[in-house]
Structures are given as C-alpha cells and as structure tokens.
Design a binder for this molecule. Structure first.
Ligand code: GLN
Length: 279
C-alpha cells in the first residue's frame, strides 16, 4: 500500500506502463485531479501528503484504456481549454491545422458554420481569433451540443456562437441556419467502419463521430455537394480528412465544381481539404 502521494504515483506509473506511453505523466495528472490542485502545485507541495480516496478509481479507469481527457473532463486545443465528455470526440492537435488554414484563408470572415461541432473546438478556436465573426455549430447529438454550449460560455463566446441541432443526412437540414457562410468547417466522421483503432478510441469515443461507412467517405458524399450553395461569394470550406483520403475527397470536390487544395498535418500527412467555387 502506498502511504504518500509520491509512492502512489510511482506505483501507478509502473502499473500504467503497458497501457500508456505517458504513464508517469498520466499518474501525476490523475493524482493532481484527485487532490484538486494543479500538477505543478502537487509536485511542489503535496508529494508527502496522504493519498486521496478517489485516486485508485481514477487509475482503474485509465487501466481500462479510458482516455485521459475523459477522466479529467478537459483537453487543450489551439491554446484553449475545452470541456469534454464521452459525448464528444476529443480534440486532436492534428485538427489545429484546420483552424490555422481557416484563419489564413478568410481572416475577414463574418459568418462561420461548423458541421459536426462536437465540443465546439473548431468553431470556438476560429471565433476566438476572428473578433468580427459569429458562427453556428451544428451537431446531431444533443449531448454534444450541451458540451459545445458550455465551452462557448467558458471561452466568452456565447454571444457569437450558436449551437444547433441538425443532421446533414436529413432533407432541408440547413434551411433554418441563415446562410450563406464565409467559412464552413467540418471534422466529420471519416473512419472506415472496419478500421482497427486504438482501444482508447474504439471503446470510448463516440462511434457516431468516427465511422462513415466502409471507405469512411459517406459524410463527404453528403456534405460536399451542398458546399456550393452554402458558401457566400469568396467563401471557402475546410474539411478534415483521413491521411489516405486526399485523392478521393479532392475528386468529390471537383465533381461539385469546387477547386480543392490539401493542407498537411504535423506529421506531413494530408489532413485538411480546402475548397472554394471554381472561378
Ligand atoms: N482523427 C480521428 C482518429 O483518427 C478521427 C476523427 C474523425 O473521424 N473525424 O481517431
């Protein structure tokens, strides 16, 4: 039995080794969370304290491959802290490429639409950097919208970001959104239904945000043909894609009279397709 915080961190870091490549850091974050203090405060001041009761339960969740972000209830994205729950995909660093590309493409955007907003990460990161813009995040999950609304409030964007229930597979889904838009963002589901995923992703993240048919392209097939009528003149759409989907998604864009360019992620893989009407 570990008597002190320091001993318990050491023991659980060893236990988490097979589950996590960041076992020691995970153990420290979980302990700081259980103590209700920051990690640096814990390391400076609490290492000899008794072990809080909740710690073992938190470690057990991580041992079952639950992502740290769900256990802690938050994740950083584009320099902002977002609340996350299992109702939303955890924002990933790769998606920051989409935010950067959107800000570069239309720094003057006034109206932004985010399709499948989840935690609101893409929309809220863009609006935080475009003081003149307002936007709508849509999602087919009411539970996700509640998370997105909480994030809009905590980032001080509630007056510029509306989070609305809509499903692009339904006819007329966009009629009440009040388009057209200068920027359309989307990180739709794009994983092949049969793909092998990390246990932390497949068992814990929402399947509805991940899977899009046998080739992972189902949602692009529905959304991309609708982009031209949703875009304002001079507008552009930026969709996240899977690393091997660049050619297929560029092809879908071209068949909808859009010109398309690819942006690469931190690992140099194609990650974002930027689309605008062919001139
Ligand atoms: N990038 C995510 C993953 O690889 C997938 C996100 C998505 O389908 N939109 O797990």
């Amino acid at each position: 039995m570990a008597d002190t915080v320091a001993q318990a961190i050491r023991a659980s870091a060893a236990a988490l080794e097979p589950v996590s490549i960041t076992a020691r850091a995970d153990a420290e974050h979980l302990m700081a969370h259980a103590l209700g203090v920051s990690r640096s405060d814990m390391l400076l001041r609490h290492m000899h304290a008794p072990v809080p009761d909740q710690f073992d339960a938190l470690v057990a969740r991580r041992m079952a491959h639950e992502p740290m972000a769900y256990i802690l209830g938050e994740e950083y994205f584009f320099g902002f802290m977002f609340k996350v729950t299992p109702a939303v995909l955890i924002p990933r660093p790769d998606s920051e490429v989409l935010v950067e590309a959107a800000l570069a493409a239309r720094p003057d955007a006034r109206r932004v639409l985010d399709c499948g907003t989840g935690s609101g990460a893409l929309l809220l990161a863009v609006l935080s950097n475009l003081g003149q813009a307002s936007g709508i995040g849509i999602d087919s999950s009411q539970a996700a919208l509640e998370v997105a609304r909480d994030n809009a409030v905590s980032l001080g964007l509630a007056d510029r970001a509306r989070m609305l229930l809509a499903d692009w597979n339904e006819p007329d889904w966009s009629r009440t959104l009040g388009g057209p838009f200068d920027l359309i963002l989307a990180n739709p589901p794009y994983v092949e239904t049969g793909a092998v995923l990390e246990p932390s992703v497949r068992a814990h993240e929402p399947a509805s945000a991940l899977f899009a048919g046998p080739d992972g392209l189902d949602d692009y097939r529905v959304l991309i043909p609708q982009v031209p009528r949703l875009l304002a003149p001079g507008g552009c759409a930026l969709f996240e894609i899977g690393a091997l989907q660049g050619d297929a998604v560029v092809g879908l864009a071209e068949r909808s009279d859009l010109s398309a360019t690819l942006h690469r992620d931190l690992a140099e893989r194609p990650r974002v397709v930027e689309m605008s009407p062919r001139s």
